[in-house]
Design a protein around this ligand. Structure first.
Ligand code: FAD
Length: 189
């Protein structure tokens, strides 16, 4: 495919995040679901990393599809200060069939930042070589499944269901005990 392009951009999240080890924050989880659905239809692949309040995203596909998506991304209020780190023609995709691979914040990134002499993830400090190393890490790292991100709290529906079945068990046990007591009283008298 002659017009295959790789676009790498960074941005700052416009929402507050509470660090939760290895779990996808709900806002990012929503972004991933929509991205995977839309990108599949547009034959776009890529990877997303979210850490320290920054997004680092690599997108690969046809130039018209990518530039149209980038225009949409620029208007998304969930992030700001978008900056393109690299845009180049490629001959093959680095992310195979990944509509949007997602890398959890983990040790590898911390180690990579340390090797850059940085104390935390800040892609606005990246130059060409740091961008390339981060991309290598995204391509080789393992994807975090959306369903691996356990919700922080069970939903109210689940709590209600669990509560109802718990009450049923207690009532059943009480009925059995009452029946046993009645039978014992009858035989003993
Ligand atoms: P819709 O189906 O209309 O929206 C889908 C859902 O997304 C909505 O129900 C809502 O819950 C949520 N949503 C949409 N917009 C907002 C908003 N402004 N604020 C809060 N919630 C919202 N899109 C892609 O298609 N491919 C990508 O690779 C991609 N990467 C992204 C990376 C980042 C860092 C961010 C912030 C967004 C990304 N998006 C991506 C989303 C993109 O900006 C658009 O929101 C999306 O493409 C719109 O698609 P749609 O019309 O199908 O959305």
């Amino acid at each position: 495919m002659s017009d295959l392009i790789q676009l790498v951009y960074i941005s700052r999240a416009a929402f507050q995040t509470v660090p939760r080890n290895n779990l996808i924050v709900p806002e990012v989880s929503k972004i991933l679901r929509v991205s995977r659905r839309n990108n599949r239809a547009k034959q776009i692949v890529g990877a997303l990393y979210f850490g320290n309040g920054f997004f680092f995203q690599c997108l690969e596909g046809s130039e018209p599809a990518l530039m149209a998506l980038y225009e949409t991304l620029k208007t998304d209020p969930r992030h700001r200060d978008l900056r393109i780190l690299s845009k180049r023609a490629i001959t093959e995709r680095s992310f195979g069939n990944w509509e949007m691979k997602y890398l959890p914040p983990e040790q590898d990134v911390t180690r990579l930042m340390q090797s850059f002499g940085m104390s935390s993830f800040d892609p606005y400090q990246f130059n060409e070589s740091k961008t390339a190393k981060m991309l290598d890490m995204l391509a080789s790292g393992s994807n975090l499944q959306l369903d691996e991100a356990a919700p922080a709290q069970p939903s109210p529906k689940l709590v209600t269901k669990a509560g109802v079945s718990g009450i049923r068990v207690v009532i059943a046990v009480l009925l059995v005990l009452l029946l046993a007591a009645l039978l014992a009283q009858r035989f003993l008298s």
